[in-house]
Design a binder for this molecule. Structure first.
Ligand code: NDP
Ligand code: PMR
Length: 384
């Protein structure tokens, strides 16, 4: 019920800067139902539950000393799997207000309720990474909501393992790379400004990587192997019809490889952000392989037999399996653990679930490639 009542058009000018979201939610009571319906567009909806404490405000302890305020973290793709589990883990600490940046608003709302996330511990905002317009609108909505930004987690992804023909984003880019890399690239670049304004003691920008994008591992050597080549397909626009839909310029499309390539892009982008911005801003940039979360929606497009056998295979054969809850704790650690402040790191976990700095493959740590990827991506998302 709180959710329906709190459906807000992000364009409302009444949302005050540094607002208490409780006030913003209450304001909607003054809108008539028809006004609400008329002003709600799928792309600009914001829902929030009344917060326990105003996100971004410092709280004064009884002895007069200021305590660290509640942090605000944006997590993309928080409507399922790892993103949802991390959102829950962070919200439960009471130290974080989670902004769930999701393409399916109602799914996200149901998922948060279903996971038992407390009212007031999260805000849902619409973000479709398959549209650069939507990314810009999200940034706009977030700024209008008046919250600070302390951490950003680029988590959303799609995997199209059986696809033999490409599909395309609203801007005409191959979908896996468009969503997993280009959408996040634009989002991260735009929100860096907001993160720089934050006074939070440890600000972190995290981009999900994976073992399957790293060819220095057994998992990374299962065909089709990731590989960006000289990026000629990306440089030509990744459009398929007038060139290649694959980053390396291959003529034939391979959905599984496109995903793994996008993960190399994610890991290279994290390192390039580190090189360009860490010293200047103090922001920690990190990536991670959370373990094989074989039960998530990531494998929804895989054949039924794969979905049946993959979890037991990972549990009992590779022993790389990790539950959604455990992976959520790992990601939450990278967001907030005081011992994980090192920048430019790709985190992994050992069998005892202890984190360690992992080695990226040669390609996923190639600075020349990272620079080239950065420059091409800037052009594709309209930043250069
Ligand atoms: P899920 O499919 O459960 O979650 C992916 C999320 O991304 C969903 O919330 C989905 O939204 C969202 N999403 C997809 N497309 C878009 C879009 N266009 N705009 C906005 N959001 C979108 O997968 P996982 O939780 O497994 O994956 C999370 C991350 O973890 C990914 O980056 C993945 O690469 C990484 N990872 C996963 C591993 C695993 O074993 N599962 C291993 C290594 C890394 P919706 O709910 O609407 O579909
Ligand atoms: Mg893999 C140590 C062994 C290991 C690990 C940790 C993974 C993780 N996988 C391993 C081994 C193997 N896998 C082996 C030996 C095989 C051949 C039977 C195998 C196969 C396989 C397939 C077909 N594995 C897969 C697939 C997928 O479709 C998944 C994928 O590539 O998604 C991109 C996948 C994965 N294996 C993993 C992980 C973490 C994934 C998926 C998640 C990801 O990278 O995001």
């Amino acid at each position: 019920m709180a959710l329906q009542a709190a459906l807000l058009p992000s364009t409302l000018s009444s949302v005050p800067k540094k607002c208490s979201i409780a006030v913003a939610a209450k304001d909607t009571a003054f809108l008539s139902v028809s006004q609400k319906a008329a002003s709600l567009s799928v792309r600009t909806r914001v829902a929030t539950t009344a917060p326990v404490a105003t996100p971004g405000s410092s709280t004064a302890a009884k002895d007069g000393k200021k305590t660290v305020r509640q942090g605000v973290v944006v997590i993309t793709g928080a409507s399922s799997g790892l993103g949802l589990a991390a959102a829950k883990a962070l919200a439960e600490t009471g130290k974080w207000h989670v902004v769930m940046a999701c393409r399916d608003f109602l799914k996200a709302a149901k998922a948060a309720k279903g996971a038992g996330m407390a009212d007031g511990s999260y805000t849902i905002m619409h973000l479709d990474l398959a549209s650069l317009d939507s990314v810009r609108q999200f940034v706009d909505s977030f700024r209008r909501a008046g919250m600070p930004l302390d951490s950003l987690v680029c988590n959303a992804a799609i995997y199209r393992p059986t696809a033999r023909t490409p599909t395309f984003t609203a801007d005409g880019y191959e979908m896996s790379v468009g969503v997993n890399h280009l959408g996040h690239f634009l989002l991260a670049r735009l929100l860096l400004d907001d993160m720089q304004k934050s006074d939070y003691p440890s600000r972190r920008l995290i981009i999900l990587g994976s073992i399957t994008g790293n060819t220095n591992t057994l998992a990374g050597n299962i065909p089709p192997k990731a590989g960006l080549g000289d990026l000629r397909g990306l440089a030509a626009g990744l459009r398929g019809q007038n060139g290649s839909a694959m980053i390396d310029g291959s003529e034939s499309f391979d959905g599984a490889k496109a995903y793994k390539d996008s993960k190399i892009c994610n890991m290279l982008t994290m390192q390039e952000l580190h090189r360009r911005y860490h010293e200047e801003t103090g922001i920690t940039f990190a990536s991670l392989y959370p373990g094989c979360i074989a039960t998530t929606g990531l494998f929804r497009e895989h054949i039924p037999l794969f979905r049946l056998l993959f979890p037991p295979f990972q549990k009992f054969v590779t022993k790389g399996f990790v539950s959604e809850a455990e992976s959520g704790k790992r990601l939450a650690q990278v967001v907030s653990d005081p011992s994980l402040t090192k920048s430019g790191v790709y985190w992994s976990w050992n069998k005892d679930s202890a984190s360690f700095e992992n080695q990226l493959s040669q390609e996923a740590s190639d600075p020349e490639k990272a620079k080239k990827l950065w420059e091409i991506s800037e052009k594709l998302v309209g930043l250069a």
